[in-house]
Ligand binder design. Sequence first.
Ligand code: WT7
Length: 659
Amino acid sequence: MATESTVTKNIESILQENRLFPPADGFINQARLNKGSLDQLRQSAQQDHESFWASLAREELTWQKEFTQTLDSRNAPHFRWFYDGALNVSYNCLDRHLGKLGNKTAIVFEGEQGDTRRLTYAEVQREVCKFANGLKSIGIKNGDRVVIYMPMVPEAVIAMLACARIGAIHSVVFGGFSAESLKDRIEDAGAVCVITADGGHRGGKIVELKAATDKALAHGCATIKNVIVLRRTGHDIKFDRGRDTWWHDLVENQGPDCQPEWVDSEHPLFLLYTSGSTGKPKGIQHSTAGYLLNSVVTMKWVFDIKDNDIFWCTADVGWITGHSYVAYGPLAVGATMLMYEGAPVVPDPGRFWKICQDHKVTIFYTAPTAIRALMKQGDDYPRRYDLTKLRLLGTVGEPINPEAWMWYHTVIGKEKCPIVDTWWQTETGAHMISPIPGAMPTKPGSCTLPLPGIDAAIVDEKGNEITTPNQGGYLVIRKPWPSMLRTIWGDDQRYKDTYWSKFKGKYYLAGDSARRDEDGYFWIMGRIDDVLNVSGHRLGTMEIESALVAHPKVAEAAVVGKPDEIKGEGIFAFVVLRGARPEGGIDETLTKELRAWVSEQIGPIARPDEIRYADNLPKTRSGKIMRRLLRTIATGEAITQDTSTLENEAILQQLQGKA
Ligand code: WT7
């Protein structure tokens, strides 16, 4: 965790963005919420936080058993919401729509190679039931953990919903993670089954998901009894007849009806692993009712979702964004959502815009890193396509720089689409701070204001709210909210330590620093812990360090972030070898080997951009690695820190690549 001085240094912000963009009249006139109705919502949340959420839960969710209790805080920081109620998420996402929307398209799918599919609500419901029956037929039951390691195809969502239907707890592992990462997650969750595919199409290549699964299971994962394999690419794979079942064989003789398993509101819907400040990822545990409620209300408030929208969130289902805004949120509100399997640059950087045109996308939600990468390709690509159906744009994952925001606004949104810059986290389950697009002006780079019922604030070291405009501090959430994480799977102490200990159990600590401007708008300034944000994905520096030191040639490693034009942050590693330091600090073969190694251990997104070798790492006399100094060095800035406490000042030259 950062010290007070690093926090205050980080947040002495000089960025002053004064441009204000009110929503266009055309948008305001059709919006679900306008200024007046938003004010009313905020007021009712302020008057009575619990009844506010209780009435939304009654209106927005379909219950098998109505709840009578709203919030239980007796065992804080463990909170229970609507806890004596019972429901089923797949019922809420599918069955309850069938009467009116059975023939409405639920999922529009486009594969990387251009193949398309459309599935109606009735079809998805049928597929979910058949697959859920298949899961039951191999003995999977309520409470079992099931790992989903799939490409971005409709079956990934069908698998999630099928787990929810029978009360099994899914844990989706991003298809870009390595066999090693998959194994760690399977073992931590104690999963009994992996659902995967022969492969997926991405970047013009086949992602070998089944091969990675085999590798993960080869040395461990003793709890796994079954592997279910979807045929997607059709290429040759190894098949273990005793353990593996084809998806199509599993569902072949299953009936199309499957009674939903009614579970308690607090029943864990899923685990999702995310990085923290130690080497071991955290299994964030989400609930059923509370989680679903925030997904639903944010679809309405933030995305202004309507019956005839085509909603496209580009996130992979392996991240929380793909859970809340590909799978659960859009389906729970009966929307039509689009899923795209592949990379944004295949066959060329116009692919996203072509998809928007071809499928008449109206709401488009992506990450700043994608916007920056596509912006760099010039305006010609988006100009080639008809983007006039777009009416709302969104971003998530990291602060968006005003330049990228303006490009998004003018070139993609043609100055008529509001941009919702949504701040939230794996832990929060749904948007927490975000514009309500028809009800307030936006500013490029600000996620604006907390949503109704979300008590976000910025506090100082002692937990006092900072009221001076533009003075930075810790971003906290002061009141519990329905979709908050419930614990860290298998490590409740870490849950308490990470999120609640800093402010003595009073506030949820988000781990970000932020400031509010004169209008109270929030500006996120970055993480306060040793977590990097690479292309909108969270990576722990410790996680990459442990991967590096697991290599036989590495004795010690320190990893820091370095600002990167496209990725937000790049990965810079300082390495001490077991043997001698390479001549002049250069050994390209070894550098290649180490980068590939990290890629194997965690996944390609964790591969260091740069590696520098030194005889030692800079440490204080008490033995702490001087990370701030390393960050300065990685950035190539002049060293202003006091280095007199350094054990060995000579290595500074090596670290700077000068010796
Ligand atoms: C961290 C959470 C929530 C889905 C994607 C990432 C950063 C997220 C924003 C935003 C500035 C943002 C924060 C946060 N972040 N959204 N709109 N503006 N920063 O989920 O992997 O759990 O990461 O992403 O630092 O703490 P995640």
